[in-house]
Write a protein that binds this ligand. Structure first.
Ligand code: HSE
Length: 436
C-alpha cells in the first residue's frame, strides 16, 4: 500500500484539527482509503506554532510554494483562505499535477471557473467538501447521492455566526447590535464579521451548491446578497406571532426562465424542521424531483467538524489517485462539457412570498387603500396582523403576509403604499419561503 503524501498549507484551527483527526483515526482511515494518508509537510507563516503541533512527524516550512512544487507530495490541502495567495498556490499545485483539497469557499465561488478548468486540463481533482457547511457532507450528497434527481431547489442555513445571532435576538429579544457584541465577546463572531453578517460567506456557499445542483458554472458575481444587519428585533417578534422564524437563507431555485441565486433574511414556517436549527448549527434542505425533500444538519464550522470534511476528500482522492480521469466524479457533478449557461435571474424577477410591516395612522380607509394597491399589483394577501394601538396612540403597525408574487411587482406596490399620506416612514419588506 503506497502511502499518499499530503502537503498542508496553513495549520490554524482547521489545519490542526485535520492533523489531529488524521493521526487519531489513522488506522480506520487507511482501511477505508486503501492507502495510508500522511501529512509529510506543513507550510505556515508561524513555523514555531506549526512545530508545536506536528513535532518531528512532518517537515515545517514558511514557504508554501516549496510544497506545491515538491515532487514527493501527491495532494495539497489548502487551508489558507482568501482569494490572493491561495489562488496562486492552488493554480501552481494543479500546474504541478497535484490534487487539491480546499475549504476555501470564497476562492471557489469567485475563481471556480478558472480553477476547475485548470484542474480538468491537468487531469487532477479539486475537492471541496469542507467549503460548504463544514462537517455536513452536502457536496457529496448533492453530487453523488442525489444524482438521479432533477434538483428543484436548495435552501440552507449555511452561516453559523448569523444563525447564532438570530437565535439570540429571538430568545432574548435583543437588538442585532447588542447580540453582535455578545457574539464577538464569546468568539462566535470574528473581530471583522463583515463576510458573515452581510451574507457574503453564505453567498459563496450557495453559489457553489447552485453549480452542483443545476450543472451551471459558479457565478458569485450574479448572486443577490442581503445580510442581517438591518433586521429589527420587532420583526422577529411579529414573525413568531404569525407562526414563522426568521433565518438567513441561501436559496438556489430552478425556474423556467433561469436560476434564482439569493441570500437574505427569510421567514420560514416554524413547523419546518429547518426553522428549528438553532445557534451556530447549519442545515441544508434539498428538493429533488424523485426523492422529495431531504435535510442535512450538523456543525458548519470548527476544527474537527471541518477536518472531517477535509479528510473525507483526502480519502476520496486517495482511492481514485491512480484511476483514469474519466472514472472520477466530475468536480461540479455534471461532466465538464455538459455545464449549461442557465441565466441567473435578477432579483426583480424572483418569485417569493413577502412579509410587509408598515406603520400607519389609525384612520378609516387605510387598510382599504393598502389592499387596493396590492390587488392592482396582482399581489394576493395570505394573512394579516394589526397591533392594537396603545392608549392615546394614533398610529399602529400593520403586518401583511402575501402569497407568492414577483419581486418587481411587490417593490412597485411598496412604493405606492409609501406614498399614501396615512403611511408613516418606510415599509419593512422581508421575503418568506414556505419550503414545502
Ligand atoms: N464563518 C462561517 C460561519 C464558518 O459562521 O458559519 C466558515 O464558513
Amino acid at each position: 500500500m503506497k502511502p499518499i503524501n499530503v502537503g498542508l498549507l496553513g495549520i490554524g484551527t482547521v489545519g490542526s484539527g485535520t492533523w489531529t483527526v488524521l493521526t487519531r483515526n489513522a488506522e480506520e482511515i487507511t482501511r477505508r482509503a486503501g492507502h495510508p494518508i500522511r501529512i509529510t509537510a506543513v507550510a505556515d507563516r508561524n513555523t514555531e506554532r506549526a512545530r508545536t503541533i506536528v513535532g518531528d512527524a512532518a517537515r515545517v516550512t514558511a514557504d508554501a510554494f516549496e510544497l506545491v512544487r515538491d515532487p514527493d507530495i501527491d495532494i495539497i490541502v489548502e487551508l489558507i483562505g482568501g482569494y490572493g495567495i491561495a489562488r496562486e498556490l492552488v493554480l501552481a499545485a494543479i500546474e504541478n499535477g497535484k490534487h487539491v483539497v480546499t475549504a476555501n469557499k470564497a476562492l471557489l465561488a469567485v475563481h471556480g471557473k478558472e480553477i476547475f478548468a485548470a484542474a480538468q486540463a491537468k487531469g487532477v481533482t479539486v475537492a471541496f467538501e469542507a467549503a460548504v457547511a463544514g462537517g455536513i457532507p452536502i457536496i457529496k450528497a448533492l453530487r453523488e447521492g442525489l444524482s438521479a434527481n432533477r434538483i428543484q431547489w436548495v435552501a440552507g442555513i449555511i452561516n453559523g455566526t448569523t444563525n447564532f445571532i438570530l437565535t439570540e435576538m429571538r430568545d432574548k429579544g435583543l437588538s442585532f447590535a447588542d447580540v453582535l457584541k455578545e457574539a464577538q465577546a464569546l468568539g462566535y463572531a470574528e473581530a471583522d464579521p463583515t463576510f458573515d453578517i452581510e451574507g457574503i460567506d453564505a453567498a459563496h456557499k450557495i453559489t457553489i451548491m447552485s453549480a452542483i445542483a443545476f450543472g451551471i458554472p459558479v457565478q458569485f458575481d450574479k448572486a443577490y446578497i442581503e445580510g442581517i444587519t438591518k433586521l429589527d428585533a420587532v420583526d422577529i417578534k411579529y414573525a413568531e406571532r404569525l407562526g414563522y422564524r426568521i433565518k438567513l437563507l441561501g436559496i438556489a431555485r430552478r425556474r423556467e426562465q433561469g436560476v434564482e441565486l439569493r441570500v437574505h433574511p427569510t421567514l420560514i414556517p416554524t413547523r419546518r424542521l429547518i426553522a428549528n436549527v438553532e445557534g451556530a448549527m447549519n442545515a441544508v434542505l434539498v428538493q429533488g424531483d424523485a426523492v422529495g425533500a431531504t435535510l442535512y444538519y450538523g456543525k458548519g464550522a470548527g476544527a474537527e467538524p471541518t477536518a472531517s470534511a477535509v479528510i473525507a476528500d483526502l480519502v476520496d482522492v486517495a482511492r481514485l489517485h491512480s484511476a483514469p480521469v474519466e472514472n472520477r466524479v466530475p468536480h461540479l457533478a455534471f461532466q465538464a462539457d455538459q455545464l449549461v449557461d442557465l441565466p441567473i435571474l435578477p432579483i426583480e424577477e424572483v418569485q417569493s412570498a413577502y412579509y410587509l410591516r408598515m406603520r400607519v395612522e389609525d384612520k378609516t380607509g387605510v387598510l382599504a387603500d393598502i389592499t387596493r394597491i396590492l390587488a392592482d399589483g396582482k399581489i394576493s394577501i395570505d394573512a394579516m396582523l394589526q397591533r392594537e394601538p396603545g392608549d392615546g396612540e394614533s398610529q399602529t403597525d400593520i403586518i401583511l403576509l402575501t402569497h407568492t408574487a414577483i419581486e418587481g411587482q411587490v417593490n412597485k406596490a411598496i412604493q405606492s403604499i409609501e406614498n399614501l399620506k396615512t403611511i408613516v416612514g418606510k415599509v419593512t419588506r422581508i421575503r418568506l419561503e414556505d419550503l414545502n
